[in-house]
Write a protein that binds this ligand. Sequence first.
Ligand code: SF4
Length: 85
Amino acid sequence: MSDNSVPPGPGPTRAAGLRVTVDLNLCQAYAQCCYAAPDHFVLKGHEALHYDPAPSADARADIERARIACPVQAISVEDAGAPRR
Ligand code: SF4
């Protein structure tokens, strides 16, 4: 009797990190993201938003909180391995 079963592989893998983009044409510097995830979003001056474009997957909860908090939906979050839109 042959065994046609597929040997166990590594299985689905979690992405190594995230890809964060902020549409700076939408961003109105409300700073809600900075309150939600201060380690990843910082406003410098009144309008210059600095952010981490490639945080680790461990930051997902903080980044998602920032994305949801943004009143103009300027923040996009994807797995780093996902194809670019
Ligand atoms: S919450 Fe949105 S609008 Fe406000 S600074 Fe962050 S990205 Fe910009």
